[in-house]
Design a protein around this ligand. Structure first.
Ligand code: SF4
Length: 281
């Protein structure tokens, strides 16, 4: 049975499509997992992917993905999915389709075709323009032309990007995301994303070895946001979220949830820059 905390990628018995009854989404989120090999080009300390390995998504069977998505959405819309899974009445709605799985989805070579097929399926089912499509990404492949092609199509489909930014320092990115990239390249990719599709910044907040985000890191983050606003980059806002589920990485024991009050204070500090901030504890 699905519960509010059941995010298992195979709970519907499908390869690419999985249901998530998410507090964050406030209803049923239909997930699309392109990284069936549990491979990501990053290695975040809080990552909840089991058996995470470095790498890219495997070749995608587009026909199978399209069949699965069509059949699953059709079942939710016209079958007894909600009743069978005893989903409470207030959550009996499809909030979004989330391209988010066991790794970075934009590493899939077929990424633009995946967006195209989502567009076809929701059009066939009369959901076009009525359902939000969210791409959850670390943003590191946004400089690639095939990814940009997909992002343009995503914007046409009422989609949005949730762009990961856990630190605005090179050292912080290395420590949290396990990757050596400059803050300038993150900024460049974010600019490109915003130019192509509505984009939110998504930031995971947690304590490491009992300490929440250090002052210097918070200041760098605020300066980064101020810089975006200074250049009038129309970022939709910032979403702060806590550790909803335990990390499945070796650092798991060093991570803990920050107090709600601490998170709210940091959110307020970010709001002072003038940007919209949402908090999901
Ligand atoms: S980018 Fe996402 S999938 Fe990749 S390691 Fe980080 S949290 Fe895991």
């Amino acid at each position: 049975m699905l519960t509010i905390s059941n995010h298992s990628r195979d709970s519907a018995g499908l390869t690419y499509v999985y249901p998530v009854l998410s507090r964050r989404a406030g209803g049923l989120s239909v997930g699309i997992n392109l990284n069936t090999n549990n491979a990501c080009n990053w290695r975040c300390v809080y990552c909840q992917v089991p058996g995470l390995i470095r790498g890219n998504a495997p070749a995608i069977n587009l026909d199978q993905l399209e069949r699965e998505l069509h059949a699953f959405l059709d079942e939710v819309l016209h079958g007894d999915f909600f009743a069978v899974n005893r989903i409470p009445a207030e959550n009996q709605m499809i909030r979004d389709i989330a391209i988010s799985g066991n790794g970075e989805p934009t590493t899939a070579r077929e990424f633009p075709e995946v967006i195209d097929l989502i567009g076809r399926v929701i059009t066939e089912l009369g959901m076009a323009g009525q359902i939000k499509i969210v791409l959850i990404t670390n943003g590191s492949f946004v400089n690639r032309s095939i990814v940009q092609k997909g992002l343009v199509r995503l914007a046409e489909l009422n989609g949005e990007i949730w762009f990961k930014l856990d630190s605005a320092t090179r050292a912080g990115i290395k420590k949290i995301n396990g990757v050596s990239i400059s803050v300038d390249s993150v900024r460049r990719n974010l600019r490109t994303a915003v130019r192509l599709c509505p984009t939110w910044i998504q930031t995971c907040i947690f304590s490491l070895d009992g300490l929440p985000t250090p002052n210097a890191e918070r200041e760098a983050y605020i300066q980064f946001i101020e810089g975006l606003l200074y250049e009038c980059l129309p970022v939709r806002g910032v979403m702060l979220y806590g550790l909803a589920r335990p990390s499945l990485q070796p650092e798991a024991a060093r991570l803990s949830v920050v107090a709600g009050e601490w998170m709210d204070q940091f959110a307020e500090q970010i709001r002072q820059t003038g940007i919209v901030v949402k908090v999901n504890q």
